[in-house]
Design a protein around this ligand. Structure first.
Ligand code: PRX
Length: 657
């Protein structure tokens, strides 16, 4: 085990030993029963074939899984389907056109109600518009938008046409957008004039203008008017959504694509400075997104109102706002804004208003709600809630219990769902009608999925032991590679346990005495800030790109609200100022500009030296000790142990918001 697995979750382990079985009533009506595990174990491929049958295929597959070219999987080989047809048209055809697909709630309080009939019309118009722009199956489209319905129409229109979308989180910088457009050679960007954030409109298009000035592959910028913000305009390149999409026919005939046709690329941080374009394809991805959404959230399409609070800029938004839920004919809430606008009861107001029955969010938000106090949710009628979900980072037992009691009235099962951008869909989670849940544990691999905790040698550890989390069998929604870089795909995920053929997830984990899995955080140089993955190297690269910085080292330090906070140690150049407040502020702002505000360091400490081993490797463990105010451990491998004294003394120079 490497040092980082000794994270916050470990300290909290075993502080809560109660288990929470579902009520008999819940279990009796649940979509998934205990027999599902046995069915999957008996014949894995037949099990997945049965899950794929939940979708509409234009051509049935000949083979469930082709793993002959491992680690490049093919699922449902020879099958053809249209992903958007599965998420939209077939629900209209089965007589549910009047069912609400999306209750959209804008941050200022404006609303839109979108039925499946409406969704079909809008997705068809958007598809016709993209065709008019000359886009063809296989082309890439960047989507850089806030949480407006047009973002979902755009994703589905791409899927419908076989265009591969690359959604870039609207909080990322122009530079982050530029590098992603360039890597995928996208031809179109879809964006908005601006977005509402904390009650105020903020411009978004200027970042697109800056990015596309340097990306020759972009032919057009399609702009949705959201905030009526004045924007610069490049004639011939820029097109208003209303001018192009509104005039289109609302009829469009979908074409079937190969099961392995690329559906989307989503960039995520790795251990180097360059984000990885995670590639997902169609049939296997939709099968698992749909299956997990149906069973883990126990979705009853005729009666439930589902709400996932993620942004479509992250994989959770792809799999659990767009593809999983819509394939299951969900009625869902999509909310544009922040949880404390206009006040800290906004989420509970929305739950009460739409009678939300399934609510899926991140531990960082639950801890924020805890901080705001239980009186806030207590002021609303939350009795509609019947399933609660958590994703993105380990949830500490205290937050889990708070969530259960103050949001779920001590009744709604909590599903702590472990997965990754790379896995495409949930892998480890309780089944709400089956599992006796344990606060803080994601518990067991879902039926059809296989996960193990192994030691350095790849041997499974005994119950009670800790090690590396690996996935030892291919799964339908697994990534099919890193866009344009097969070598990096092998290296990153398959080289650590090459001999065994395990996918290494980058997480540390442990089995408890019952064999349930507890996630312990990343064991690599990836930080998890508010459930968002940020690489230490990426932040270091941003820092050293500033003219005043000679060297930088970044660590993720435990943070009571965000899970981890970014702490940077920098050595300034000889001719730079000595690290006063202005210099520190400039560096924090610089990182926000280079990557996005989510990567802004919580603290920047100006230091004279960095602790390095004799071979020159920065000792992040020591820096983490300093950042977390722990007494400094073993420094015998340090080239110059007086460095740590200097750093500790410089600690109070840091800047914090
Ligand atoms: O470290 C794990 C953590 O988030 C990482 C994946 O991040 P990302 O690709 O951005 O996807 C986030 C949403 C799926 C994992 O390697 N993680 C995610 N869910 C959990 C978790 N850690 C513990 N418990 C979870 N439920």
């Amino acid at each position: 085990m490497t040092e980082q697995s000794q994270g916050p979750a470990l300290d909290n382990l075993l502080t809560e030993s109660r288990t929470f079985p579902p009520s008999d009533e819940f279990a009796a009506a649940a979509n998934a029963g205990a027999d599902m595990y046995a069915a999957a174990d008996a014949d894995r491929e037949a099990f997945w074939a049965a899950q794929a049958e939940r979708l509409h295929w234009d051509t049935k597959w000949d083979q469930v899984l082709d793993w002959s070219d491992a680690p490049f999987a093919k699922w449902f080989v020879g099958g053809k389907l249209n992903v958007a047809y599965n998420c939209v048209d077939r629900h209209v055809e089965s007589g549910h056109g009047e069912q609400v697909a999306i209750h959209w709630e804008g941050e200022p309080g404006d609303t839109r109600t979108i039925t499946y009939n409406d969704l079909l019309a809008q997705v068809s118009k958007t598809a016709n518009a993209l065709t008019e722009l000359g886009l063809q199956a296989g082309d890439r489209v960047a989507i850089y938008m806030p949480m407006v319905p047009e973002a979902i129409f755009s994703m589905l229109a791409c899927a419908r046409l076989g265009l591969t979308h690359s959604v870039v989180f609207g909080g990322f910088s122009a530079e982050a957008l530029r590098s992603r457009i360039e890597d995928a050679a996208a031809k179109l960007v879809i964006t908005t004039d601006g977005q509402y954030r904390r009650g105020k409109p903020a411009a978004l298009k200027p970042a697109v203008d800056e990015a596309v000035a340097q990306t020759p592959t972009i032919e057009h910028v399609l702009v949705v008017k959201r905030t009526d913000t004045e924007v610069a305009w490049t004639e011939g390149r820029d097109i208003w959504w209303n001018d192009l999409v509104d005039k289109q026919s609302d009829k469009h005939t979908p074409e079937a694509f190969d099961s392995e046709h690329p559906l989307y690329i989503l960039y995520t941080s790795g251990t180097t400075g360059k984000p990885k374009g995670i590639l997902h394809t169609s049939g296997g991805y939709l099968t698992q997104a749909s299956y997990t959404h149906h069973n883990v959230f126990d979705l009853k399409p005729d009666t439930d109102v589902y709400w996932c609070t993620a942004d479509i800029g992250w994989v959770t938004g792809h799999s659990y706002i767009v593809y999983g839920p819509l394939s299951n004919r969900v009625t869902q809430v999509v909310y544009e804004g922040t949880p404390n606008t206009p006040n800290e009861g906004r989420h509970w107001d929305i739950v009460q208003k739409y009678k939300v029955s399934i609510y899926y969010t991140a531990p960082t938000l639950i801890r924020t709600f805890m901080k705001w106090g239980k009186d806030i949710p207590a002021g609303y009628d939350l009795s509609s809630l019947r399933v609660l979900g958590s994703v993105g980072e380990p949830i500490n037992p205290e937050a889990w219990i708070w969530y259960r009691e103050n949001v779920g009235a001590g009744r709604a099962p909590i599903v702590d769902t472990w997965w990754q951008t790379e896995t495409g869909a949930i892998m480890i989670s309780p089944l709400p009608g089956v599992t006796s849940t344990k606060p803080g544990s994601a518990q067991r691999a879902l039926p059809g999925i296989s996960a193990k905790v192994v030691d350095d040698q790849g041997n499974e550890v005994p119950h009670g032991g800790g090690g590396y989390l690996v996935l030892d069998k291919p799964w339908p929604s697994m990534l099919r590679g890193i866009w344009g870089d097969n070598e990096r795909y092998r290296d990153t995920y398959w080289s650590r346990f090459a001999e065994q053929g395990f996918y290494f997830a980058g997480d540390g984990a442990k089995y408890d005495n019952d064999g349930d899995i507890w996630l312990l955080g990343r064991v690599d140089d990836v930080m998890n800030v508010s459930g968002h993955r940020i690489s230490t190297t990426e932040v270091e690269s941003a820092l050293v790109s500033h003219p005043t910085v000679a060297e930088a080292a970044v660590v993720g330090a435990t943070d009571p609200t965000t899970g981890q906070g970014i702490v940077a140690f920098v050595i300034l150049r000889g001719d730079a100022a000595d690290g006063g407040d202005d210099a520190v502020k400039a560096l924090r702002d610089h990182v926000a500009k280079e990557i996005g505000p989510i990567a802004k360091p919580r603290q920047v400490m100006v230091v004279p030296e960095l602790p390095k081993t004799r071979s020159g490797k920065i000792m992040r463990r020591l820096l983490r000790d300093v950042a977390e105010n722990r007494s400094i451990g073993d420094v015998t491998t340090l080239a110059d142990s007086s460095v740590m004294d200097m750093i500790s003394q410089g600690l109070n120079k840091g800047s914090e918001d």
